[in-house]
Design a protein around this ligand. Sequence first.
Ligand code: IMP
Length: 179
Amino acid sequence: MTDQNSKPSPRTLIDAETIQARIRELAARIDRDYAASDCLIAIGVLKGSVFFLVDLLKHLQIPVKMDFFQTASYGSGSVGGEVRIRKDLDLSIRGRDVLLIEDIVDTGYTLRTILDLLRFRGAKSVKLCALLDKASRREVEVPIDYLGFSIEDVFVVGYGLDYDERYRNLPYIGVYDGE
Ligand code: IMP
């Protein structure tokens, strides 16, 4: 099959059905863990986490609010790891249970910065839910409380993840092999 630019479609790494089944399992765990929470605030990191966040939240039974963060890395994001905020939260998180939702944890710099900031702003609790983990690439420690899948060190696209803003709308996770 070819995509709209006549390039071969990325090879499937995790198919759509497998992603959805795993999301249902994660949602059931989150429902149980936050059963006593007033109202969870789920925070997505734009843009890659959008598909994952929406599908996950559709399965939650607990009360939940939704907000978004957008970051930009200087350089590649893995050199020095300096991260700046491009879009900040709309909601106050002081005293609230916060679940940060991310597409993929790579070096860990982006997540480390955001998690520190959320704690600094006085959240009652902060946990991380990530769809994918490339553990072999980690440079700073980031504990993942809810994980979809561990993957090898390959560049993946689809289900929110992009290469140069393309492929986000693929319903599956594929391996991008270059042009
Ligand atoms: P970190 O700060 O190195 O952990 O960067 C995480 C961010 O890098 C993710 O939110 C993605 O935007 C991007 N990223 C890392 N690996 C991939 C990949 O394989 N495909 C697409 N984006 C990736």
